[in-house]
Design a protein around this ligand. Sequence first.
Ligand code: AKG
Ligand code: FE2
Length: 307
Amino acid sequence: MGSEGEFKLPVLDFSREDLKPGTTFWLSACKSVREALEECGCFVVLYYKISDEVENGLFGCLKELFDLPAETKMRNQYEGKPLKGYVGQHPQIPLHESMGIDEGTTPQGIQTFATQMWPNGNDQFCKYVLEYAKAAEELDRAVARMIFESYGLLKYYDSYMGSTSYLLRMLRHTAPQEPEPKLGFVAHTDKSFTTILHQNHVNALEVETKDGIWITVDFSSPTSFVVMAGDALTAWSNDRIKAPNHKVVMRGNETRYSLGLFAFNRGILQVPEELVDEEYPLQYKPFEHLGLLNFTYSANLKAYCGV
Ligand SMILES: O=C(O)CCC(=O)C(=O)O
Ligand SMILES: [Fe+2]
């Protein structure tokens, strides 16, 4: 059960300022990002980059997408790549459906996906999804830079970003239509470095705190996003930042649409030597990030690349 009131995720306000490295605002934001991630593994961020037109267009297009026949949606497949294709009609989580776009922040990636769904293309879909994905990518890049900078490790940022690619997942959770809350998506940690989440007005995301308390995250406003650490960031940070357990629990009678932008590194990630000391002895060997994606579900990060 999600709890109300007492426990809330940190909320960082990035909406009033242009995110420019070096400004006073930027420096204080670096500190807040690190504190929030070390404390909770995620935070809510206010970010005004998406216009009402794009927001409404985007969720309209997601409805149109998920309203397609199941056999059409099943065309969303990426050979040999797990977690990217269509998921739906799963007996354990019947409310859940999702689809993925590889290279989901590029016009080509989105176009390829759209022509699989609509043989004649869908310009509206491509336009709104691209505008959304670009804004979310910009937010992710800024946050990643803040993370590196907050540990004094900016020198590694360019090489990290140079081999980062983005997977965009679009999700629909239908309403349970019954008084009891119902599981929409099972508890897990993300395998990404960082994840940016956005949703329509229906709250359902629950995050587990360090103390084992599940809190419902309110990011129902069009300007709210969730920034979440994934397992790769846990490893890179040598366990300073813990990827939080989270799940989707549906209540009420409204359909929820959400989007996750997952940052993956195509190369090898390793704990920077600066993050190894007496308090934090080395926990992870260098690892291929995409390998972690193939490896997990049944096993965990420590089993994949623990020292
Ligand atoms: O829909 C959400 O808010 C979260 C989805 C999620 O956790 C995931 O796709 O990994
Ligand atoms: Fe997740």
